[in-house]
Write a protein that binds this ligand. Structure first.
Ligand code: RNT
Ligand code: ZN
Length: 412
């Protein structure tokens, strides 16, 4: 018997079908964030990153052009099992020297990305970029008291909905469009309500343009604080949760955006009780919203379990969101994407109905014992089988280091 066959028997003894788990896993799309490849810089001349987020490190090989980024994404997905969507930010527009600003971007500025995605049978998700731009005034965009600033960003939001619909129509797959604004104050504001009311009105205006709600899922991402905006964040948890509920759009939770003892895994079911869809940014905050590479750690596993236990794999839009410039960027992608997949597989290998029954019969002793036993079940053998069937190597570091030597180090 092979290791996998033994593992299959072991899981069968728990009442779990490993074949079914593998079959489900490979169809779950994970939205791959393009911005890990170039430290969230983009191609529209933004220059340096603003918005209270930060990439640290200067490992060689940052992608400097669309071609480099595309080639790096290809390398990453060639070493990842499963299904992917491409997650773009508006600042990745390919302008070819055209003098056009973000309030006037149009589908043509993203045509090469559509061609890239179509060739790989990937859907595209999208994000307006409300940072790294001179129209961010005093750390404010959609909530700015300056009418001109607000107008610029409202137009940007509208253009992004149009572009999202173009992505959905071209790829034949829905586009998840996420709005996140960095707006906030470093120190105590006097008026906390004003900026929130302006943000609310601006969102209403953006969403007032007609779009096909079966093709474009507009999300709103909340945040607790940003660097340089420690005292007040306009798009706080409560603001965003209320806005999405009242306006029928999709909440987006980034697990780096909460107080350190709060966990998104516990929030998933609470949100699913009220929303048809939920979008996630899977990241790893170390001490703050540091956007470290996602690992196969406890919280990632718990998030995956909550999605699977709720039978919500088709309701939850899973995206990665982190940026580490201190290690090989392609390896950072692969480790994170594989970690999300591992967590989902781990979750799919739970005898959930049995566990739910134990809970409902208040057999908590047995439930604890079962949960502990599962931790040492032969998960690794099922993972290895999945990789083999998807024809990707278990150990990818050799290929990464080769690519680093042949391609990345030459970019200096
Ligand atoms: C910032 C948010 C946001 C960004 C990306 C680049 O804290 O997490 O999602 O990381 O849009
Ligand atoms: Zn995020």
């Amino acid at each position: 018997m092979s290791c996998y066959e033994k593992a299959r028997e072991k899981y069968k003894s728990y009442g779990v079908d490993t074949e079914k788990a593998i079959a489900v896993l490979k169809t779950v799309p994970i939205s791959l964030h393009c911005w890990q490849g170039d430290d969230v810089v983009g191609f529209d001349g933004a220059g340096s990153l603003s918005g209270g987020i930060q990439t640290t490190g200067n490992y060689p090989g940052r992608a400097r052009t669309p071609e480099e980024l595309m080639s790096d994404i290809d390398k990453a997905i060639s070493l990842c099992p499963g299904t992917y969507k491409l997650n773009l930010h508006a600042c990745y527009a390919i302008l070819n020297g055209e003098q056009v600003d973000r309030d006037a971007y149009s589908p043509r500025h993203f045509a090469p990305w559509v061609a890239f995605a179509k060739e790989r049978n990937m859907g595209i998700d999208f994000n307006p970029t409300f940072f790294s731009h001179e129209m961010v005034k005093d750390n404010l965009t959609l909530s700015s008291p300056d009418e001109e600033v607000r107008r610029f960003w409202i137009e940007h939001g509208k253009r992004c909905i149009e572009i999202s619909q173009y992505f959905a129509e071209e790829t034949g797959m829905p586009c998840v469009m996420n709005i996140w604004i960095p707006d906030g104050y470093k120190d105590m504001p006097a008026d906390r309500l004003g900026p929130r009311l302006r943000f609310k009105e601006a969102l209403d205006e953006i969403l007032s343009i007609p779009y096909d709600k079966t093709k474009v899922f507009v999300c709103l991402e909340s945040k607790v604080f940003g660097i340089g905006m420690e005292s007040y964040t306009v798009g706080s948890g409560e603001f965003c949760m209320n806005y999405v509920a009242q306006n029928g759009i999709t909440p987006l939770m980034d697990n780096g955006h909460y107080h350190p003892t709060e966990v998104v895994s516990d929030k998933v079911s609470a949100m699913l009780a009220f929303h048809k869809n939920l979008a996630l940014h899977v990241t790893r905050g170390v001490r703050w919203d540091s956007d470290h590479v996602v690992l196969f750690d406890d919280e990632t596993k718990e998030i995956a379990k909550e999605i699977v236990r709720a039978s919500a794999l088709d309701r939850v839009f899973i995206a990665t969101d982190y940026f580490d410039a201190s290690i090989n960027r392609i390896s950072a992608w692969i480790t994170g994407l594989r970690s999300v997949q591992k967590a989902l597989l781990y979750a799919l290998l739970e005898p959930y109905e049995k566990m739910q029954k134990l809970q409902n019969e208040n057999r908590m002793t047995e439930l604890m014992v079962m949960q502990e036993e599962l931790k040492t079940a032969p998960f690794g053998d099922v993972w290895a089988e999945y990789l083999a069937r998807e024809q990707v190597p278990e150990d990818y570091i050799k290929e990464i280091l080769e690519y680093e030597e042949k391609v990345l180090v030459k970019r200096i």
